[in-house]
Design a binder for this molecule. Sequence first.
Ligand code: SAM
Ligand code: DTB
Ligand code: SF4
Length: 339
Amino acid sequence: MSRIRNDWSVEEIESLLGLPFNDLIFAAQRAHREHFDPNRVQVSTLLSIKTGACPEDCGYCPQSAHHDVELERERLLPVEEVRAAARAARDQGATRFCMGAAWRNPTDRNLERVIEMVQAVRDQGLETCMTLGMLTREQAARLAEAGLDYYNHNLDTSPEFYGEIISTRTYEDRLETLDHVRTAGMSVCTGGILGMGESRRDRARLLQQLANLPRQPESVPINQLVQVEGTPLFGVDALDPFEFVRTVATARILMPKSHVRLSAGRTQMSDEMQALCFLAGANSVFYGEQLLTTPNPEMARDQTLFTRLGIEPEQAGTGGADEPFIASEDVRVEHRGQA
Ligand code: SAM
Ligand code: DTB
Ligand code: SF4
């Protein structure tokens, strides 16, 4: 089994990104099959628990108060609404329920309210994830104690490109929150957005930051920018789809035990593009017709896609780092290759 490394150089990562496409995908599949069932995908559902009017100025985000986007604002949802949405997500086959709030950071009072939500979602038998902005060490500990399984906090891009996208908080702030989440004992979900006008080197630097964290994140969302009219990044040149797939494959090679989530942007992708991303080692998606404020593929489309590809949803808490998967099917493929 390959060793998990935390000392990747940016040159090594750029070489991976630049391999001939078929060689890169092959290496990614090999890494993928060492740790995961290649035909299983983890399924999470997302709910916006507080929408819009965010004080941060993230250039990609429709929820920032700095941009002129038509958006229905909502205050923090009542816990019963969250419970009902979680139940529906579970009944549709999701195993994790992710709740997002358009905050720079939660106040301590809001934290107590979202903790009630954690309990309500756990009661439905779902894994829980939240993304609420920056956390203090104490807030992270409080969430962990309440039973929150995952905390999502994206690095978004390279340290060098970050300042072009966001000015109201720093890369260091983000790393600090991730450290608090890790120290509190929660699973870390952190990734980024592609297609914001960044260079390949920026993508390599983002992956370097993620892979070289003291402990690699359990979950790595790779978002394709959803361009929303009124945001500063609306109209930016789209990324070559193969470059997106290359980045997924490289994430898989660098972080072989992590779930790599094909996150925002699937509505804009063809079925063939999504299949390539799964081949490159993506093994998690958001399922449900809405992301936070923008659409996600219809559930029927995803069900058909999974059936056409022979993909099965992953059961909660399986297929990850602690349970290496060696299918008899894989072994046969190996033998055939060697014969
Ligand atoms: N406000 C909190 C924060 O930013 O940490 C949590 C919610 S925020 C919407 C969560 C993540 O969604 C962002 O870090 C970003 O990576 C992603 N995101 C936001 N708008 C996006 C867009 N238009 N396209 C792709 N990803 C987006
Ligand atoms: C992540 O990496 N992507 C999700 C989740 N974490 C919170 C959010 C995507 C948001 C896309 C734009 C929107 O729907 O507002
Ligand atoms: Fe606010 Fe999060 Fe959107 Fe940034 S990404 S504007 S912090 S909701």
